[in-house]
Design a protein around this ligand. Structure first.
Ligand code: EPU
Length: 414
């Protein structure tokens, strides 16, 4: 890409990656055809589709219409192999539904990934509380509950998104009632709860940090529309601010991005909330803004790299604190290749804004790092080449095409 263009125009956001993957797993809880709408055309959806096929489901994705249909057999198989799990750590979200539905789940351990160690201790402890036996054998996490799960009280040490989702999906078919305390409150969890309720689950406290689930004997398939991707929407907003542009983001929920949009206002942008999204207009060089990532409703870690990119060209200095994933600053060394002035100390990054970055070849290390590097390239002087863009394809549908529509000088090569 060649930096310098101002992003202007309209862009539409699809359903959220971090919701749809869990909703696809949740479909396993009921025999028959579940329909998901607003499903994005991204690599992770394909990987999850392949995983469900291996479990015996039929999966059809109409990419143009953004509709995904999953036909779940009466007896799905229960093993998720390493070749798929290593491609996508989120495969672990089939653990809860499979134990609940089949009485057993054998999931290959995902291993480390590019953004940190990402343990599974809370997933395991919660399943054990629900009555499952969990062991690790030959690289597989094996959870069994031959006589079903039993409702219980679970208090999470930390509001983990993945653990909340797995335990929620496990408990909807348990005998009796389950309370999950200190549950994560991300909008994607609310979306999962709404889908489960549509399937016949009984859940109280949706959107709060205490979820109360009354187990039911069986669930039915559902037709559900995936919540909009707040991280993709937020990425467009940051892009508008960095390029001093004017972008309308449609099909987005501004209230899911309260803190991030507030930060952009502090950076000098004007943000207007619309019925079906928001508009971000910026007419000056942004002012640096401090960021602290936290579980929702705190500032999302998935927008941290994009905000480091913003601060790299802002007026002033900013302190960025990462509390979720220890290795999420790995991409900073790539940003430094574009001339960014960033100093890392543990989980803090001190970013000193520069008037200009300068284009260079850089490598995407994960999906959000890739997005951050592309945004930086849009404002860097000269040509920037981002390699390993398959990471970006995991979470951003038609990213390059959308950027072109907004006026960026960018193309995909190879
Ligand atoms: N953690 C544990 N033990 C557990 C579970 C989590 O120590 O049993 C730790 C993790 O190691 C991590 C922190 O808790 O340090 C947060 O983990 P969490 O479980 O909340 O995150 P996740 O479910 O693994 C999801 C998203 C991430 C997003 C985080 C936080 C999906 C597929 N992934 O991960 O998305 O950053 O929640 O919001 O939903 C991305 O899209 O780029 C991405 C990484």
């Amino acid at each position: 890409m060649v930096g310098g263009a101002r992003l202007a125009g309209e862009v539409r956001v699809d359903g959220a990656k971090n919701s749809v993957l869990k909703l696809m797993a949740a479909a396993l809880l009921a025999e028959g055809r579940t329909t998901l709408r607003e499903v994005p055309h991204i690599l992770d959806v394909e990987i999850m589709g392949e995983l469900l096929r291996r479990l015996g489901c039929e999966v059809e994705h109409n990419e143009r219409e953004r509709i995904l249909v999953i036909d779940v057999p009466s007896k799905p198989s229960h093993q998720a192999d390493y070749d798929l799990v290593r491609k996508m750590r989120a495969s672990i979200c089939v653990l809860g539904p499979l134990v609940a539905r089949c009485g057993e789940a054998d999931i290959a351990l995902p291993g480390g990934d590019a953004i940190g160690s990402r343990g599974l201790d809370m997933h395991v402890a919660g399943l054990e509380r629900l009555g499952a036996s969990v062991a690790v054998e030959h690289g597989f996490l094996i959870a069994t509950a031959p006589h079903g799960l039993t409702g219980t009280q679970i208090r999470l040490d930390f509001p983990s998104v993945g653990a909340t989702e797995n335990l929620l999906m496990a408990s909807v078919l348990a005998t009796g009632s389950t309370v999950i305390d200190n549950a994560a409150r991300e909008p994607e969890i609310g979306d999962l709860c709404r889908m489960l309720v549509g399937m016949g689950a009984l859940i109280d406290g949706i959107g709060s940090s205490t979820l109360e689930i009354e187990g039911v004997e069986a669930l039915r398939p559902v037709d559900h529309t995936v919540v909009a991707d707040r991280i993709v929407a937020g990425t467009w907003a940051v892009g508008a601010v960095m390029t001093q542009g004017d972008v309308i983001v449609r099909n987005a929920v501004a209230s899911h991005l309260d803190i991030a949009l507030d930060k952009l206002t502090s950076a000098g942008a004007s943000v207007e909330v619309l019925d079906d999204g928001f508009r971000v207009v910026m007419n000056q060089r942004p002012t640096a803004v401090d960021i602290v990532t936290l579980p929702f409703p705190g500032f999302p870690t998935d927008l941290q790299p994009q905000f480091i990119a913003l601060n790299a060209i802002a007026d002033g200095s900013a302190l960025v604190t990462e509390n979720l994933f220890e290795a999420r600053f790995r991409f900073v060394s790539e940003l430094q290749r574009l001339g960014a002035d960033v100093r890392i100390d543990g989980h803090h990054a001190m970013v000193r804004g520069r008037a200009e970055l300068s284009g260079a070849p850089v490598e995407a290390t994960d999906v959000r790092a890739g997005a951050g590097l592309v945004l930086a390239g849009l404002v860097a002087d000269g040509v920037t080449t981002v390699t390993e863009v398959h990471h970006v394809d995991r979470g951003y549908a038609h990213f390059v095409e959308n950027l072109q529509v907004l006026g960026a000088d960018i193309r995909r090569v190879g």
